[in-house]
Ligand binder design. Sequence first.
Ligand code: ATP
Ligand code: MG
Length: 247
Amino acid sequence: MKKPVIKIENLEKSFGKGQAKTRVLKGIDLDIFPGEFVIIFGPSGCGKSTLLNTIVGLEKPTSGKVFLKGADVYLLKDDERSTLRHNHFGIVYQQANWIQSLNILENVAFPLNIGGYTYLRSLTRSRNALTLFNLDKFSKNRPTELSGGQQQKVATVRALISNPEIILADEPTGNLDKISSDDLMYVFKSLNEEFKRTIVMVTHNPEYEKFASKLVFMEDGKIKEVRLVREVALSPNLESRDIIMGS
Ligand SMILES: Nc1ncnc2c1ncn2[C@@H]1O[C@H](COP(=O)(O)OP(=O)(O)OP(=O)(O)O)[C@@H](O)[C@H]1O
Ligand SMILES: [Mg+2]
């Protein structure tokens, strides 16, 4: 029996109270299996980012459940939930939230520091990662000195730095021109196919359908359709190769 790595059950999320209450997620059920490349489509405001935030433990649902590898994410204590997030997820946010007082290299290294790397080891690994993606020339820059597209690429490197098994990306190509977008999509394709990482991505670009193994169409807080494009062959031992070092 296939076991989902992420299981979402009857998820509801509302913001505000009383008259001002907005129901954003209206009963979402979704299974995501290891090795899948899931693309979520849907009009602006339909709840895609809210859904991703709920999956990674950042937005407590009003009701319903999120399971990560069988663990009920919102039954965990706050610190356990943060640890789970750091250990399993690489997240490319819709808006990169930089620490403005740190340079690019230090920003990329930051998740490693939290994860227990020494300062020096975290910098070495981050330098390697930036070089791998040809972004090392920005190491000493402050985040605001980069274009939107350059920031998006660095945000992707930051998401990969802890060698996560699941990568969530919220419109990662949103600020990029066509060539850079295509480049980045091939990075995600390689993460999925060669490194066997599970990917959950939001995009508005229908051209990228071809990368997905499963398409999820959302509308007004609900899933309108799930289309399985291809079955993912599951191996019991998913790749544990290091995304940055390649071995
Ligand atoms: N923290 C919040 N407080 C109040 N309302 C919120 C909050 N976060 C999201 N919303 C509302 O929930 C709805 C869905 O927002 P969400 O960001 O999930 O949409 P989206 O599908 O990601 O849209 P887009 O494609 O524009 O990024 C919107 O109406 C938004 O205003
Ligand atoms: Mg969004």
